[in-house]
Design a protein around this ligand. Structure first.
Ligand SMILES: [Zn+2]
Length: 102
């Protein structure tokens, strides 16, 4: 698997499917994008990942570049895990959101 440092994603192809850069070989402690979830689901996922003892990073998408629009704003979070935990984390996400995903 190759890894794009900019997008923090792993992929099978030669170049990053997100930004088109060429990746480097992924290392087990690289930080990999897992999933993006709205706040309510993000809270649930946080609980489960903590229960599983799986280290992760959670990043709000309401950072720079996201301007507040009129009305209700739905905050969401991006989750990142270490590459070596990615497949396990993906399984957790799959089970957790199998029947709830929109
Ligand atoms: Zn990329």
């Amino acid at each position: 698997m190759l890894y794009c440092k900019k997008c923090r994603r792993v992929f099978e192809s030669d170049t990053c499917p997100t930004c088109g850069r060429s990746g480097r070989q992924s290392a087990s402690d690289d930080i990999c994008f897992l999933v993006e979830k709205e706040a309510v689901w993000a809270g649930m996922l946080t609980d489960v990942l903590q229960q599983e003892g799986l280290p992760f990073l959670k990043e709000s998408t309401l950072g720079a570049g996201v301007t507040a629009r009129a009305g209700f704003m739905m905050e969401s979070y991006r989750f990142y895990v270490r590459c070596e935990d990615l497949s396990r984390a993906q399984e957790i996400v799959k089970e957790l959101f199998a029947s709830k995903d929109s």
